[in-house]
Design a protein around this ligand. Structure first.
Ligand code: NAD
Ligand code: ZN
Length: 241
């Protein structure tokens, strides 16, 4: 049986599918990932993205943080639309076969495609809040508040994204672990599985149908029942739903 037919059979047999993904899910929408050869990490900046996107850098170099964040993280998402991977996952949920999408992405494309139960481990660029009074701001409102966005109260507006050095949200962690541990099929795709603690959540899967769909090899390939090396949108696009 070829790999697509095998994946099709797994999906047909499952009713609590969980998808766990990362930046590679959005590359076919034109948003770069961090680690592929043409990803963000291979471009030249004064500091590397992991340094810039850290809590301490945000506090100590706020202007440079926002310059990089707006230019390299937010701007590429502005005209991006969901691709086939996002759409297929939304369809599986609508059919009652998929219980959750767990994503490390912060671009909001799963929701734009119609997915409802999206657990955003690293937050979202679409939610922003004042660090002083807690007022909430959309992305458009934040962008309208200047290069270093400030609230009416004078406080700094920050994105509700998890920066390096910052902990993940406990409620999201609990929901993600619950979804994974009760999944009958776990599909992992478009993630290098190198960012922790996010990648460690896969260990909560109890089933025997772990599928990894990724361009590069990952450290979980050896544990997978099925590994597909390919573009996730192209792979999921071949399924009959
Ligand atoms: P990563 O950049 O570390 O890894 C991406 C992986 O996806 C690579 O292994 C690559 O081979 C694979 N890939 C790329 N395009 C693919 C495709 N079309 N089909 C299948 N596989 C593909 O990304 P990560 O594991 O998500 O971790 C990096 C961190 O970067 C995350 O914490 C995430 O928050 C953040 N990030 C998010 C976005 C976004 O929101 N779109 C973009 C860049 C980075
Ligand atoms: Zn405020």
């Amino acid at each position: 049986m070829d790999t697509i037919a095998q994946l099709q059979q797994y999906i047909d047999q499952s009713s609590r599918i969980v998808f766990f993904g990362g930046a590679g899910v959005s590359t076919e929408s034109g948003i770069k990932d961090f680690r592929s050869v043409d990803g963000l990490y291979h471009m030249k900046y004064k500091y590397n993205p992991e340094t810039i996107l850290s809590h301490s850098f945000f506090l100590n170099h706020t202007e440079e943080f926002f310059e990089f964040y707006m230019d390299k993280i937010v701007q590429p998402t502005q005209n991006a639309a969901p691709n086939t991977a996002h759409t297929v996952l939304a369809q599986l949920e609508a059919q009652g076969k998929l219980s959750a999408v767990i994503t490390q992405n912060i671009d909001g494309l799963h929701q734009m495609a119609g997915s409802r139960n999206v657990l955003e481990l690293h937050g979202s660029i679409h939610r922003n809040y004042c660090m002083k009074c807690g007022a909430k701001y959309s992305l458009a409102e934040t962008l309208a508040h200047g290069d270093i966005p400030h609230c009416k109260c004078g406080g700094l507006i920050r994105p509700d994204v998890v920066l390096y050095e910052e902990p993940l949200n406990d409620t999201i962690i609990t929901k993600a672990i619950h979804a994974i541990s009760s999944a009958d099929l776990l599909i992992v795709g478009g993630t290098s599985l190198t960012v922790y603690p996010a990648a460690g959540f896969l260990d909560f899967y109890q089933g025997n149908k772990l599928v990894v769909i990724n361009l590069d090899n990952t450290s979980y390939d050896s544990k997978a029942a099925l590994t597909i090396n390919g573009k996730i949108g192209e792979v999921l696009g071949q399924l009959a739903l």
